[in-house]
Design a protein around this ligand. Structure first.
Ligand SMILES: C[S@@+](CC[C@H](N)C(=O)[O-])C[C@H]1O[C@@H](n2cnc3c(N)ncnc32)[C@H](O)[C@@H]1O
Ligand code: SF4
Length: 382
């Protein structure tokens, strides 16, 4: 059977940079946006030529991330999707997602996406509390979200929102208001990320200078527990540490990353994974454009993982999901740590469907999800 295959397209532009974000994204004018579309298509053509003759499935999912993909005119995203269809192929019923900053789209834009075959949009909501959004340097008006979500659903798109918890000064009550606001939108999928303080960002600098309160780990944990409980009582179950969905609305693309799909990443800094081979593109959009203008590959580096590294990666990724880990994924030493993790309430047995008494794997408990790094290190025998 062919390994599932996915395509990621990284659009490296934003209208402005948020103070906490360390993603590979830049502020640039419309002429650079248009040139990016042409270069990304050139990269897809090179990739298709390289893959020709190798047995490979069409893409089960395509994900436009960033940056802010929707900073491109809708025609730009449509052209990119058509190029993905032409070069890699998209399986019938394939999932096609775009990330969107809420102030970068309107009803006509969302209809244009749906008409071209996009199936899903993910809005960067982050918070429903105006002062928290201001602390995050967000430019969008939270009051627009209900209409935008209704427009997206009206166009036939599945809708997800991203939330961030742990912004300096955010109280548990603020966070609860954001979680409840996300649920009130009626979305079928939510990603909730703990604020990660990235060293070279303006926010990290303001914390170092004492201008903002440092992030408190215990408070982050309390916010995770609150969100998990409110989401699951509203019918959105966790399927990955930071992702919750109504059954059937899980992101196929994200699940692919965690469960062993192969993927090709298009765009500056994008990473790809084919078998044991990992490769990544030049990070700078200028260097990326230069390479492709000259007909050269934008790949900047690559490595081939040995069996031990493949197995470690599998443990790290699969343990994040509600599908959990097969006991067969673990080494003999790793399997020996399982009873201790279960006794400590960090993992629980996963029972096989054929015979409910047959233990075939383990899944993290809520406490285990809060301490996922520790659990993974233990299972991997570090
Ligand atoms: C590419 S952005 C989504 C689309 C669009 N750029 C936006 O922000 O609205 C992906 C998501 O990553 C998350 N993110 C970015 N930087 C983060 C950080 N330092 N800590 C936690 N989450 C972060 C945000 O929730 C953001 O929505
Ligand atoms: S969070 Fe989104 S909008 Fe803000 S800088 Fe990062 S990618 Fe751009």
């Amino acid at each position: 059977m062919l390994v599932p295959f996915e395509v990621y397209v990284h659009v490296p532009f934003c209208a402005r940079r948020c103070g906490y974000c360390d993603f590979n994204t830049y502020v640039a004018g419309p002429e650079r946006h248009a040139a990016f579309v042409a270069h990304a298509i050139a990269e897809m053509e090179l990739a298709a030529a390289e893959l020709e003759g190798t047995p490979r499935a069409s893409a089960q999912s395509v994900f436009f991330g960033g940056g802010t993909p929707t900073i491109l005119p809708v025609e730009g995203l449509v052209e990119l999707l058509e190029a993905v269809r032409r070069t890699f192929g998209v399986a019938p019923g394939g999932e096609v997602s775009a990330e969107a900053n809420p102030d970068s789209v309107d009803a006509a834009y969302l209809e244009g996406l749906a008409a071209a075959g996009f199936t899903r949009v993910s809005f960067g909501m982050q918070s429903a509390v105006p002062w928290v959004l201001a602390a995050l340097d967000r430019s969008h008006d939270p009051a627009r979200l209900p209409d935008l979500v209704a427009d997206a659903r009206g166009a036939g798109l599945d809708v997800s929102v991203d939330l961030i918890y742990g912004t300096p000064g955010e109280t548990l009550t603020d966070w609860e208001a954001s979680v409840r606001a996300a649920l009130d939108l009626g979305v079928d999928h939510v990603s909730a990320y703990a604020l990660s303080l990235e060293e070279h960002t303006p926010m990290a600098r303001r914390i170092r200078q004492g201008l903002l309160a440092p992030v408190d780990a215990d408070e982050q944990a309390a916010k995770y527990v609150l969100a998990d409980e409110l989401f699951s009582s509203a019918g959105l179950g966790w399927y990955e540490i930071s992702n919750w969905a109504r059954p059937g609305h899980e992101s196929m693309h994200n699940l692919g990353y965690w469960t062993g799909a192969e993927w090709w990443g298009i765009g500056p800094g994008a990473h790809s994974s084919l078998g044991a081979r990992r490769f990544w593109n030049v990070k700078s959009p200028v260097a990326y454009a230069d390479r492709l203008t000259g007909g050269a590959s934008p790949v900047a580096g690559e490595e081939t993982l040995d069996d031990a590294a493949v197995s470690l990666e599998r443990i790290m990724l699969r343990s994040r999901t509600s599908q959990g880990l097969d006991l067969d994924d673990l080494s003999v030493e790793g399997r020996r740590t399982v009873p201790g993790l279960i006794a400590d309430g960090l993992a629980q047995q996963r029972t096989g469907t054929a015979n409910a008494k047959f233990v075939d794997g383990i899944v993290l408990t809520q406490r285990g999800r809060l301490l996922a790094d520790l659990v993974t290190r233990t299972l991997a025998g570090w």
